[in-house]
Design a protein around this ligand. Structure first.
Ligand SMILES: [Ca+2]
Length: 176
């Protein structure tokens, strides 16, 4: 009788145990999301061109365009709009180009670019001076910010007026 009772108890325990068993077997998903190794696809580009616009004031000296140029970069500066003059009420307002105006051309000239017409647009990358006028392209010899101004002496800026807007395009070369 004792053995039968024991078996009965065991069966009850077993039945309770089975019914109480959570049949839903949860697998612990330890598998990492399948990630393919990151492939860095560097787009091979020989040149990348950036264009910005800048207003050059007639009454100011060298003005930082905040366009950083690296040595070897190809620069294009083009006149877009605006009028200025190097002598208000004397010389009629004109664009950034060479108007055939006075060229100093001497060593004691006050103009930053003595061999270029007074009142025209000029540029500078460090010590590299560039005649721009209504448009010019050149290769930078230095890594500096492009500066622009009217070709007029610092002492002659007081009677200037107006401004010109230019577009500045830099083609960065990655041949280094
Ligand atoms: Ca002037």
């Amino acid at each position: 009788m004792v053995v039968q009772k024991l078996i009965l108890v065991l069966m009850v325990v077993l039945a309770v145990g089975l019914s109480g068993c959570n049949m839903s077997i949860s697998f612990n998903d330890t598998s990492e999301p399948t990630t393919s190794p990151a492939v860095v696809t560097a787009t091979p580009s020989d040149t990348a061109a950036e264009t910005t616009t800048f207003e050059v004031m007639a009454r100011q000296g060298w003005q930082n365009s905040h366009v950083l140029v690296s040595s070897g970069d190809r620069l294009t500066v083009k006149y877009m709009s605006g009028l200025w003059t190097q002598q208000t009420n004397v010389v009629e307002a004109h664009d950034a180009g060479d108007q055939g105006d006075y060229i100093c051309g001497r060593s004691d000239c006050v103009e930053p670019y003595p061999d270029y017409p007074q009142g025209a647009l000029i540029g500078r990358v460090g010590p590299q001076l560039v005649a721009i006028g209504d448009g010019a392209s050149f290769t930078s010899q230095y890594t500096r910010y492009l500066a622009l101004r009217m070709n007029d002496g610092d002492d002659g800026l007081y009677d200037n007026s107006g401004s010109v807007v230019v577009s500045i395009t830099v083609e960065h070369t990655t041949s280094q």
